[in-house]
Design a protein around this ligand. Structure first.
Ligand code: ADP
Ligand code: TZD
Length: 593
């Protein structure tokens, strides 16, 4: 009998795959959370991430997952991370990617996608789409990774692109076959690395610092404008020192509120118009001269105003007007250099300028303050928010997320903030659908209580996330200010088909029942006392809570504070009868009972 010699079995190589390499890369770079909606081909990215200690938060819509991640990016200065499935999930995730880029917040979107050869030949794959190319115009940067070996590199590139310079949204295309590729475990481990200095300091030249401080020294009526870039830069003490050493009044954009506490004596918020119209030198710290600041020109500003602009992005300078002192650099370095300069050559604003602003503020507060403390019902935005203010004043470390039109503007004006990066709202784009996801991102990132304040229309964009809040038992108190419509609830149908007007929603709807449906606590408030009591109870409980607040259907202005941007037809305002009384309000409400 012939004998055969059998070869000894080759030593088994320990293999890993793209899923694991991706998760190990994320861990190496200290990602603690991932938000998302799972499905083919990324379900196992989420499962493996969770198994390895990255907290996975599953939301109900990709847009919400992206916004939750963006909130984390703004609060921490590190990119938030979210995961979507191919084509439809990808497209849902693109809106928050663009929003984050508009806001200048770092976020990384990872989306599963089809095999490249199927897409490139248009073979009609399941949820097949040329995602990389669709993502490009909406992202600060976009990459596809085709080889498992390149996964650590693509994550590194994404981190750098997301948080260096002006932060923004970065897209990573993850074809299913890359995730499924295998590689020897030890070879994969050797590829992992942590990104070194992803957001490098950008130090301006001393010459432009001197020039800027010379312009400031010539100011008779200086103003410091703090934008969300200054909040994002996390140089709170340096900003405070700069503002206080100059004695200049300051104004804070909505998401810079709390950088200095809103009750600071130099805060000119209550005399904003007068301060802007008179200031002769304005120092912009991380605030763009876009629509929110009337592009730095026109009647809102002194016609001889000169701007000192600090921004990390050189293309922001002279964006809408001439800038006398363009200081391109990161805020932390720049404000530090301003402070060093002023330590040697101090500048102090004429106290009479601040005193005139304080006098104007006192006059305005006396005029409007009453509306916030009024006990009248049905409530307006003012007294409902005045009641919430009592709770936020007693809990200064609470995070506020906020969306709507009047619900946004009035909340920003009425509710004082005491800590930096604690207010997140509709942002540069004025977009609805961010309130609950930002609340989820803030609560998951910090563990701190959040009050999420919505108009009833705004709530409709992200309301299903109430289930997410209950599922993860997040310390969020949701407030819906229900005036029965977009802007207000008394608009009429101008035709005769009997339908509600295009702006009408359900007055007297019981939104709080949504929270009860998933095990949270719901309250319905009809008086300011009830609003205060229920919101306070929600915050104290640290549990999912919702307060539905019944407002008058007449409360609110069309388009809120930006009515002026809304072209009006020649027929004039199309609002209903101002004289409608509570009885009719309740009558309307019966329609939704
Ligand atoms: P706001 O809406 O509060 O006015 P913007 O979003 O318009 O603020 O402006 C923020 C600006 O801050 C952006 O132009 C951005 O480039 C800039 N910025 C962001 N981070 C930094 C930083 N670390 N240093 C300097 N500028 C920054
Ligand atoms: N869709 C998206 C995504 N963003 C938007 N900004 C809008 C639509 C238009 N829009 C606004 O600009 S505010 C607003 C919409 C629909 C809602 C305002 O009504 P509200 O708040 O009930 O949320 P108030 O307090 O009644 O004004």
């Amino acid at each position: 009998m012939a004998t055969t010699t059998q070869a000894a079995p080759a030593a088994q190589t320990d293999l890993t795959d793209g899923f694991h390499v991706l998760v190990e890369t994320l861990l190496k770079n200290h990602f603690e959370r991932m938000y998302g909606v799972i499905g083919i081909p990324v379900t196992d990215v989420a499962r493996i991430a969770q198994a390895k200690g990255i907290r996975y938060l599953g939301l109900r819509h990709e847009s919400d997952a992206g916004n939750a991640a963006a909130a984390e990016g703004f609060i921490t200065g590190k990119p938030g991370l979210y995961l979507t499935v191919s084509a439809p999930g990808f497209l849902n995730g693109i809106v928050p990617l663009k929003e984050a880029t508009e806001n200048g917040w770092p976020v990384i979107m990872m989306s599963g996608s089809s095999s490249r050869e199927l897409i490139d030949l248009g073979e009609g794959d399941y949820e097949g789409m040329d995602q990389l190319n669709y993502a490009k115009p909406f992202a600060k940067a976009a990459y596809r990774v085709d080889k498992v070996e390149d996964i650590p590199l693509v994550v590194a590139r994404a981190i750098r692109a997301a948080c260096s310079g002006r932060p923004g949204g970065v897209y990573i295309d993850l074809p299913g076959d890359t995730l499924g590729q295998t590689i020897a475990k030890d070879a994969a481990e050797a590829l992992l690395y942590e990104v070194n200095d992803p957001a490098p300091a950008q130090i301006p030249a001393q010459g432009i610092i001197d020039q800027a401080m010379e312009v400031l020294a010539s100011a008779k009526k200086p103003l410091i404008y703090l934008g969300k870039g200054a909040a994002y830069a996390q140089c709170d003490e340096a900003v405070k020192q700069f503002v206080e050493s100059t004695g200049a009044p300051y104004l804070a954009m909505s998401m810079a509120k709390g950088l200095l506490p809103d009750n600071h004596p130099q805060n000119a918020a209550s005399a904003r118009g007068m301060t802007m119209r008179n200031a002769d030198v304005v120092v912009l710290l991380g605030a763009r001269l876009n629509w929110m600041l009337n592009f730095g020109k026109g009647k809102a500003w002194n016609e001889n105003v000169r701007f000192i602009q600090v921004d990390i992005d050189p293309t922001e300078i002279d964006n809408s007007r001439y800038i006398a002192a363009p200081v391109v650099g990161d805020l932390k370095s720049t404000v530090g250099m301003f402070n060093e300069y002023l330590a040697k050559k101090p500048y102090k604003a004429d106290p009479a300028w601040l005193e005139s602003i304080q006098a104007d503020s006192a006059k305005n507060n006396a005029r409007f303050g009453g509306a916030e403390t009024a006990t009248t019902v049905p409530m307006t935005h003012y007294n409902a928010l005045g009641a919430i203010k009592k709770v936020t004043d007693a809990n200064p470390d609470v995070y506020i997320t906020n969306e709507g039109a009047n619900a946004l503007d009035d909340c920003r004006d009425i509710i004082d903030m005491y800590l930096p990066r604690h207010r997140l709202d509709c942002g540069t784009w004025g977009v609805m659908g961010v309130g609950l996801p930002y609340a989820i991102g803030a609560a998951a990132t910090t563990g701190k209580p959040v009050i999420s304040i919505h108009g009833d229309s705004a709530f409709g964009f992200d309301g299903m996330e109430v289930e997410t809040i209950c599922r993860y038992q997040l310390p969020i108190t949701v407030v819906v200010l229900n005036n029965g419509g977009v802007y207000r609830g008394d608009f009429k149908n101008l035709g005769d088909d009997g339908d509600p007007s295009p702006l009408t929603l359900s007055a007297l709807g019981h939104y709080e029942k949504l929270m009860e449906a998933f095990g949270g606590t719901g309250y319905y408030a009809t008086t300011p006392e009830e609003v205060e009591k229920y919101v306070a109870a929600g915050v104290a409980s640290g549990k999912p809570t919702m307060v539905c607040v019944e407002l008058s259907i007449h409360s609110g202005k069309e388009s809120g504070h930006i009515t002026y941007l809304n072209p009006q037809p020649v027929t004039g305002p199309l609002v209903g009868n101002e004289q409608e009384d509570l009885a009719e309000h309740r009558e309307n409400g019966k329609l939704v009972d």
